[in-house]
Design a protein. Structure first.
Length: 562
């Protein structure tokens, strides 16, 4: 982003502006994006990525990419690499170093020892069920653990033996000693270390069997990195007193300021990583990068662009108010981007063969067509034309409805960038289905209007001899219900899956120029929508094109009828 480009305004930037005016943090602005590598990133993470990296860029600061990798049971290197790919694809630069919370395991252990010595932490033997009982409720205070009064000496000894691997999982934890009567349940002696045997961490291997909890790790990692503004979503607002308590109690050199903003809630979508994992593991989708998934990898494979996601995040803004964004806003952003930037091509998704009986059998022509109707900088392409063509089945009706402007028996249409043709005969199979049209063409209508008659319909087509066969996948919204997690009919989010979220068309014919398409490249298939060449999948020897989005918001009409 250039220095002259207008900067977005929001309450977080206002806070930073005030901090800089006051000389806070010596004028430094350091943010961080701290995902846990236990799944792929989703559209909600895109908002956080672009916010944190955008602030760092605009204020000439730094944004650290840091993996909060303290739960090796659910984390692995696949997720680490996928997250790095997503962040880079969005155009964000984390510099020369990727950070891991596991880099600080020795320092974090030393901080825990400090808490014990300050009599602010103790080893507790309560099991998980007893700890929940002792914790109390939102309306009732908790009770002190019977192990809360252990001496500093005993706690140091037990904690060292926990690190050495003497105790089994779940038999002991280290807890902060704060206030079991606190109205904020997060302050009721939270667990800060637990034992985890039998796992190999993707960064530290089998070196540790003692792992710190998120709330303890996160704030201290921020402090160790000199982060100035720790920007997170609203669900961490109740955790801020604990964040500050750790840093104040340990008297760290740096004390970042935690600022919360509302998370992204998008209609027809879930962004719970646990539930996205269930969709993948339950076989409801074909992996984390399934184009129906709200993951950044899925959106990328579907044909979404970084520019569209950036524009989407700008449009929805950054606030403290929870709201639900209509899916049409996201789809509108990709339509706007691809309308300007996607070259046009012709593709017949449901082919019907056309034979032009008065066109010479051995002859063919080349037509020149614009790659973009509004931008001559896109140049032109050459389209073959011959005796046999394919048109879409929907462009012919034996008994047409009112205002139908396409091909009918005895009627005429113009083939885009080509001639006017007339339908003379429809050939049917034994079941009465139309399988071929016999037509004639008017040789005087190449680039001209037919004399003495009006032809209103224009349809797309491809030359049968040169067309490439492809599989086209029509992706739609993954969920039927706008709020699949909270539908009033009592259905679970699984019940609200859209059975029509994927339609596969195995025998489509595309104009010959698409044989040169590059993986991930986007096109507008005229009259059909925006499509992208799948970067990872083929159907046998055929390319696969994924529909990114329709030309218009067809769901708006559906939802307005509800």
């Amino acid at each position: 982003m250039s220095d002259t480009a207008p900067k977005p305004s929001n309450f977080i930037r206002n806070i930073i502006d005030e901090d800089l005016k006051a000389g806070k943090n010596d004028g430094r602005v350091i943010t961080r994006f701290p995902p846990e590598p236990n799944g792929y990133l989703h559209i909600g993470h895109a908002k956080s990525i672009l916010l944190n990296f955008g602030i760092a860029e605009d204020y000439h600061g730094r944004c650290n990419l840091r993996f909060d990798d303290t739960n090796p049971h659910k984390e692995n290197i696949e997720f680490v690499e996928a997250i790095k790919e997503d962040v880079a694809w969005l155009g964000c630069d984390w510099g020369d170093k990727v950070y891991f919370s596991s880099d600080y395991f020795e320092a974090l252990y030393a901080f825990a020892v400090q808490l014990i010595k300050k009599e602010k932490a103790y080893v507790c033997d309560l099991n998980a069920e007893a700890m929940r009982e002792y914790r109390g409720t939102l309306t009732e205070a908790g009770k002190n653990s019977p192990f809360r009064s252990r001496s500093v000496k005993e706690n140091l000894d037990l904690f060292a033996r926990m690190k050495a691997g003497e105790f089994e999982d779940g038999t002991k934890v280290l807890r902060a000693k704060i206030d079991m009567a606190s109205p904020n349940i997060n302050m009721r002696d939270p667990t800060i270390y637990r034992i985890r045997h039998g796992v190999v961490h993707h960064q530290t291997g089998a070196e540790w069997c003692l792992y710190p909890m998120y709330d303890f790790t996160h704030c201290l990692s921020d402090a160790l990195e000199g982060v100035t503004h720790s920007i997170c979503t609203l669900e961490f607002e109740d955790h801020r007193p604990l964040y500050d308590w750790f840093l104040d109690t340990l008297e760290t050199e740096h004390h970042p300021q935690q600022i919360e903003f509302s998370r992204l809630n998008l209609e027809h979508t879930i962004t719970s990583k646990r539930k996205l994992t269930e969709l993948v593991e339950g076989g409801h989708v074909a992996g984390w990068d399934d184009p129906r998934m709200p993951t950044i990898a899925g959106l990328r494979r579907r044909g979404y662009t970084p520019a569209a996601l950036r524009e989407f995040c700008l449009r929805i803004g950054v606030t403290k108010s929870d709201n639900v964004i209509e899916m049409g806003v996201l789809e509108g952003c990709i339509r706007d981007d691809l309308n300007k930037n996607a070259p046009r091509r012709m593709a017949v998704l449901n082919p019907l063969k056309v034979v032009i009986t008065n066109y010479p059998a051995e002859e063919n022509e080349i037509f020149e067509a614009a790659n973009h109707p509004q931008d001559e900088n896109f140049g032109t392409r050459k389209i073959p034309f011959g005796r046999e063509l394919y048109i879409d089945q929907a462009d012919f009706e034996e008994v047409p409805p009112k205002k139908y402007k396409r091909l009918i028996p005895g009627g005429e249409v113009r083939l885009r960038n080509s001639y006017v043709i007339r339908c003379n005969e429809a050939i049917k199979d034994s079941d009465g289905n139309v399988i071929e049209l016999r037509c004639s063409y008017d040789a005087n209508t190449r680039g001209k209007k037919p004399e003495g008659r009006k032809v209103k319909g224009v349809i797309h087509w491809v030359d049968a001899n040169s067309a490439i066969e492809a599989e086209v996948r029509l992706y739609d919204r993954l969920f039927n219900h706008p709020t699949p997690d909270n539908s009033k009919d009592g259905n679970s989010y699984i019940d609200n899956l859209n059975p029509a979220s994927l339609s596969t068309l195995s025998h489509c014919y595309l104009e010959a120029t698409l044989a040169d398409a590059k993986p991930g490249e986007q096109f507008q298939f005229e009259r059909e929508g925006y499509f992208s060449l799948d970067p990872t999948h083929q159907a046998g020897n055929k390319p696969v094109f994924n529909r990114t989005v329709t030309l218009r918001d067809s769901w708006a009409k559906i939802e307005n009828k509800r």
